[in-house]
Design a protein around this ligand. Structure first.
Ligand code: GDP
Length: 426
């Protein structure tokens, strides 16, 4: 069975912890999109880890981890993350990388940084990980596939074409040092040596595993609202964040993905620019940011303070729909225990009209939140293990959200630790 775990909103919903929990019962954990631009936070017996490129199964000896063809493969980062695990006492994980994945080059990172510099105040709030230039090159057919690392002749030809193109931009648009063919070739050959032990046809491996009935977990990065097609374009990421893309980004049949868990956070947070209808500001925001997550709402990759706001069921219902969610995991609920009342954005007002349909970005930018205010539960719910033991107002909040988003909430996370988890029966 293939199960995907994906974000319903902007990312940072707490997927890391849920994935970690589900990874424990899986044979294979797969990354199918994105790169090292975002991070999952996982707290386990080895300590607290922010994984960027590694699949979340790396802490389990019985799990095979796959980096699928859809991933932006930053090879030195991958090796660095593996080395960090080793240095912190985690046994060497089982990991394979698709021979069809493409290689994220240092010039992708440079181009990303130069472009953000050029855009200045109009920038997209990129994490400077090279993701947008990487995917642009992939679709412009000047990317480098892992399989190509093993032919120096192909690499030679490629670097020459790449330099021809990139150097025009570097010279005339960015006024920065030019790329050199010999340096690129050297970079690529060093990557070949680093990645060689891990490369295989992961699509064939996964299709075989599906036939054998293995339990496979696809882990998404970011969330539905960052999808380039269905998210808040152009303030989106550069590869699809939807469960459906798992089929493409790992090379399996679309119908093989039968369980889709959308992770929904009990309030909202976002990193970077873009419309955020239920965003809050000032002291109210500062308090939520400080109490949020595990030690505050700050980006796992960048350390940037996250924008925060109330739960927005208009966008979450939309996110769950696009993900094709069969269930939801509701996370970070414990954080809201300090509030007397909890506003939930249940509709938008756009040009004087109310709607519960999530609009295109042009209209989203004009949307004002319409709140339904629910009573708080005013206590610490960490440590509770049974749904029925949650305070009544807390259950009411969960059941209200469930109704608004139209997806059953089956997992509730009430603390950062791996045991802070409640399974809710229908
Ligand atoms: P991801 O990108 O979706 O994996 O989300 P993050 O890695 O950014 O996770 C958000 C933060 O919330 C991390 O610091 C987690 O340890 C923390 N976290 C996850 N679940 C919970 C929860 O239920 N309660 C609290 N207080 N923190 C949580």
């Amino acid at each position: 069975m293939v199960r995907a775990i994906v974000g319903a909103s902007f990312g940072d919903e707490g997927k890391g912890k849920i994935t970690d929990m589900l990874a424990a019962g899986s044979d294979i954990v797969v990354r199918f999109q994105g790169g090292s631009n975002a991070g999952h936070t996982i707290v386990n017996d080895y300590g607290k880890f922010a994984l960027h490129l590694l699949p979340s199964g790396v802490f389990y000896d019985h799990v095979t981890n796959i980096i699928g063809n859809g991933v932006a493969l930053n090879i030195p980062n991958l090796i660095r993350e593996l080395d960090e695990l080793s240095s912190r006492g985690v046994p060497r994980p089982h990991i394979y990388v698709s021979d069809r994945a493409q290689v994220l080059m240092q010039y992708h990172i440079l181009m990303d940084t130069y472009e953000e510099e050029r855009l200045s105040s109009r920038s997209f709030g990129s994490t400077h990980s090279g993701i947008a230039p990487f995917y642009s090159d992939k679709f412009a057919k000047i990317g480098i596939q892992v399989s190509e690392l093993f032919s120096t002749d192909i690499l030679r030809e490629k670097v020459s074409r790449i330099c021809e193109l990139k150097n025009v931009m570097l010279e005339h648009l960015y006024h920065k040092p030019l790329l050199r063919e010999d340096q690129l070739l050297e970079e690529l050959i060093s990557y070949r040596d680093m990645i060689a032990p891990y490369v295989m046809d992961t699509s064939a491996y996964l299709c075989n595993a599906i036939r054998e009935g293995k339990s496979i977990l696809f882990e998404g990065q970011l969330g539905a609202l960052k999808d380039p097609d269905h998210g808040i374009y152009p303030m989106v990421t550069s590869s699809s964040t939807l469960a459906a893309y798992g089929a493409v980004g790992a090379g399996i049949p679309p119908y093989a993905i039968t369980g889709i868990t959308a992770v929904v956070k009990a309030y909202s947070s976002a990193v970077g620019a873009g419309a955020f209808v239920s965003e809050i500001f000032g002291d109210e925001a500062e308090e939520l940011r400080r109490r949020g997550g595990d030690g505050g709402e700050y980006g796992a990759t960048t350390g940037r303070p996250r924008r925060v706001g109330w739960l927005d069921t208009v966008s979450v219902a939309y996110g769950c729909r696009l993900q094709g969610a069969t269930e939801a995991a509701f996370t970070v609920l414990d954080v809201l225990g300090y509030l007397d009342e909890i506003p939930v954005c249940t509709a938008y007002e756009i040009d004087g009209k109310q709607t519960v349909d999530f609009p295109v970005t042009r209209l989203l930018e004009k949307a004002r939140p319409v709140y339904t205010v629910l009573p708080g539960w005013k206590c610490d719910i960490r440590g509770i293990r049974n749904y029925d033991d949650l305070p009544e107002n807390c259950r009411r909040y969960i059941e209200f959200v469930e109704k608004q988003i139209g997806v059953p909430i089956r997992i509730i996370s009430n603390g950062p630790g791996r045991n802070d988890m409640i399974i809710k029966q229908d």
